[in-house]
Design a protein around this ligand. Structure first.
Ligand SMILES: Nc1ncnc2c1ncn2[C@@H]1O[C@H](COP(=O)(O)OP(=O)(O)OP(=O)(O)O)[C@@H](O)[C@H]1O
Ligand SMILES: [Mg+2]
Length: 500
């Protein structure tokens, strides 16, 4: 039930060196509602929330919680006063247990504070997990869990503070479909309790489903706030990018040539993959479709040699190539853009340029002696321009870019290696609607040059719009293959359910 205004942010401004990240932004959130915050990569969504949560100090403006002015100086203070945030980038103590992570900094103690009361901590953790229906062992060490489960722990932590306002900053980017449903249940429960929820996501379908209000930001400014029911998808996109987006996909002009890559009888160590076989041509974009845990990511990882194969032959031009490790695969002309690129691919303290060229330094070597500064700059600028990466300069440290813009830099890094076979795992995850087009264009450009691209995506329209052929996986096996030009979402869904 919608209640009065719970959180009021008025005229918030915030600058970083060279960037006006927020310019006089206001936001009202009612209790018992989900308020979506939308905008292109770098629009200022995370920054606005970090100003609320005490991570950044705002330059000007006022924030009121239940009518009382607040100005948190730390996230600790925010949490203690009823504001919690699930971050876009997870920042957890990976070597410690699940319950340590939840109670860090507020351990229940015994003997007048001399020792941690582990029994109580366990009981309290279980109580939260039961309430939220989360099935995770409180003693488990964080680093041994998949990212999606770590994300659920983070969500449990936010709820455990009994917060009045909870911010979810792209919470679903690493969740499976089932986990997303679970999260939505939790969010609906919180809404029923009167919590004010701020929800950031680039996934339109999610936004339409979960939100009551939508606020759109652009270039650090407030653009509009409307009831979600009153906005169509196209309205949201137009408000976000500031113009009509006529084409979602660039015209497909690549012409696939001879068969180049063959994958034959790929079988995993633990039966996650069984007898997976397919081929891909030069100049072709091959899609891998399927439900979560159908083996798509495992297939890419097995081809790239970072997952052990029990059986299976990979060949290029009918010559077997063993790809026993990432190093060997790279030598054989393969590159892999992983799903978890933010966790695994970013050198935070290095600048944009270093992060872009780090995997293709050979291109810049002159006489085997020194690295050409000029070509490094040119290549870096090429990808900044091509994807409209929002950054003050090439020398900006990558960690100060917005989440989506960090992704663009990493995508540029792998495109720059000009691999013969490019493996892409969910390439547009976390990327705003406008910038997706530019990434599709870059993928097409590679196909034009005769490169082979294999792309995993959970977004069916994206597979249909970009690929030539689509191999559909189900339960670790190949369920079928379709021509992307004359197939339907229904046909693909039917195949995807074949061995489930
Ligand atoms: N710590 C920082 N130092 C310097 N600049 C920053 C910092 N944090 C954010 N910015 C800049 O502020 C702007 C807004 O970034 P923000 O992270 O709020 O974007 P966002 O809307 O969350 O985008 P995304 O959808 O990509 O997550 C960007 O131009 C970003 O580079
Ligand atoms: Mg962000």
């Amino acid at each position: 039930m919608e209640q009065d205004i719970l959180l009021q942010m008025v005229g918030i401004s915030k600058s970083f060196p060279g960037v006006k990240a927020l310019d006089n932004v206001s936001l009202n959130v009612h209790g018992g509602t989900v308020h979506a915050l939308m905008g292109e990569n770098g629009a200022g969504k995370s920054t606005l929330m970090k100003c609320l949560f005490g991570i950044y100090g705002k330059d000007s403006g006022h924030i009121y919680l239940e009518g009382k002015e607040i100005d948190f100086k730390s996230s600790r203070e925010a949490l203690d006063n009823g504001v919690a945030m699930v971050h876009q980038e997870l920042n957890q103590a990976l070597k410690r247990s699940v319950m340590d992570n939840i109670w860090l900094g507020r351990y229940p103690t015994v003997m007048g504070g001399l020792a941690v009361n582990e029994k109580k901590m366990y009981k309290d953790t279980m109580a939260v997990f039961e309430e939220l229906d989360i099935k995770v062992d409180p003693y488990r060490i964080m680093s041994t869990m998949p990212v999606s489960q770590r994300q659920m722990v983070e969500i449990a932590k936010a709820v455990s503070y009994n917060s009045k306002v909870i911010v979810f900053d792209e919470p679903t980017s690493s969740l499976t479909e089932e986990e997303v449903e679970h999260l939505f249940k939790i969010i609906n429960m919180l809404r029923d309790r009167g919590v004010g929820i701020i929800y950031i996501s680039h996934k339109m379908a999610e936004i339409k489903r979960i939100s009551d209000y939508i606020t759109v930001m652009r270039d650090g400014q407030w653009i509009a706030t409307e009831r979600a029911a009153d906005l169509e998808m196209n309205d949201i996109i137009r408000l976000m990018v500031g113009r009509e987006l006529t084409n979602q996909f660039p015209p497909k002009t690549n012409v696939p040539g001879d068969v180049y890559l063959k994958v034959d009888g790929l079988t995993g160590m633990y039966n996650q993959l069984r007898d997976v076989s397919f081929y891909a041509r030069r100049g072709e974009i091959l899609g891998l479709a399927g439900l979560d845990s159908s083996g798509r990511t495992e297939t890419l990882e097995s081809i790239f040699g970072i997952r052990t194969r029990k059986e299976g032959i990979i060949s290029l031009n009918d010559q077997p190539c063993f790809n026993r490790s990432a190093g060997e695969s790279i030598k054989n002309g393969f590159a892999l853009l992983t799903e978890e690129r933010r966790a695994t691919g970013i050198f935070g303290v290095l600048d944009i340029k270093a992060n872009t060229v780090i995997s293709s330094l050979k291109r810049h070597l002159r006489f085997g002696l020194y690295l050409s500064e000029k070509t490094q700059r040119e290549d870096t600028q090429h990808y900044i321009d091509a994807m409209h990466t929002k950054t003050p300069s090439q020398e900006t440290k990558i960690r100060s870019l917005s989440g989506g813009n960090q992704q663009k830099v990493i995508i540029g890094r792998w495109l720059l290696t000009e691999p013969e076979v490019l493996l892409l795992d969910e390439p547009t995850r976390g990327i705003d609607v406008g910038a997706k087009y530019e990434i599709y264009q870059l993928i097409l450009d590679l196909a034009h040059k005769g490169k082979t691209v294999i792309m995993v995506s959970s977004e069916m329209p994206e597979l249909l719009g970009v690929c030539d052929r689509i191999v559909v996986m189900s339960g670790g096996r190949v369920a079928g293959e379709v021509d992307a030009r004359n197939t339907t979402q229904e046909e693909i869904m039917t195949l995807a359910a074949k061995y489930v």
